[in-house]
Design a protein around this ligand. Structure first.
Ligand SMILES: Cc1ncc(C[n+]2csc(CCOP(=O)(O)OP(=O)(O)O)c2C)c(N)n1
Ligand SMILES: [Mg+2]
Length: 185
């Protein structure tokens, strides 16, 4: 499946949950398909969506919190998987769009073809970790992991083919922060 198709499957499943996005195409794709106030876009700093998502989940235990991450982002902050597993927020669902490349900066290959990130998450201590390769399987996996106590991990394998003409997030970091905080109050 193409990266865009994964987002087209995934985004309609999200209701009012706070969603923290990794930088690059992850932000851009989600913003282009469905911008929402409860979306936090990590525009610049690679690797940190998972830390921010962990913080939000710990501060808002009554809300299901979703992280949409990239394989390169996860590899950059691999220690955060251990931190999430150790803190163990039951309300956190960590989704990774795994295209096996750093697509936003020119599709240099990442290590995720050799290192199965859902297995790293599982052995770190995430409660449930699934891997899907077909878009028809996204909905069932998402619904299952959303219902089960977490932290949970969903790896979605995609082909590297985001469209570079997809626009950039037009909100400033301050606007993103302010409206996100209001939306999850
Ligand atoms: C600390 C840091 N290093 C490098 C970059 C440049 N950069 C932005 S997005 C990106 C690739 C992210 O890869 P991945 O998480 O796999 O997402 P994809 O682009 O494949 O969707 C890189 C290297 C950055 N923004 N910050
Ligand atoms: Mg990638």
């Amino acid at each position: 499946m193409k990266g865009t198709e994964a987002f087209q499957e995934l985004l309609p499943l999200i209701n009012d949950e706070p969603v923290v996005h990794a930088n690059g195409f992850i932000c851009r794709e989600s913003f282009a398909l469905k911008d929402r106030e409860a979306n936090f876009y990590m525009i610049g700093s690679m690797g940190l969506a998972s830390s921010i998502g962990l913080g939000v989940a710990m501060c808002k235990p009554d809300k299901k919190v979703i992280i949409i991450d990239g394989d390169g982002n996860v590899l950059m902050a691999l220690g955060t998987l251990a931190m999430i597993a150790a803190e163990a927020p039951a309300n956190l669902l960590h989704i990774v769009i795994d295209n096996e490349v750093y697509e936003s900066t020119g599709s240099q290959r990442s290590l995720s073809s050799k290192v199965h990130l859902e297995e790293v998450a599982k052995s770190s201590g995430y409660k449930n970790a699934l891997r899907v390769e077909k878009k028809e399987d996204i909905k069932a996996a998402y619904m299952k992991l959303k219902e089960l106590p977490g932290p949970n991990f969903l790896l979605i394998k995609v082909e590297p083919c985001f469209d570079p003409s997809t626009g950039r997030v037009t909100h400033t970091p301050e606007e993103i922060t302010e409206r996100f905080m209001l939306a999850i109050r």
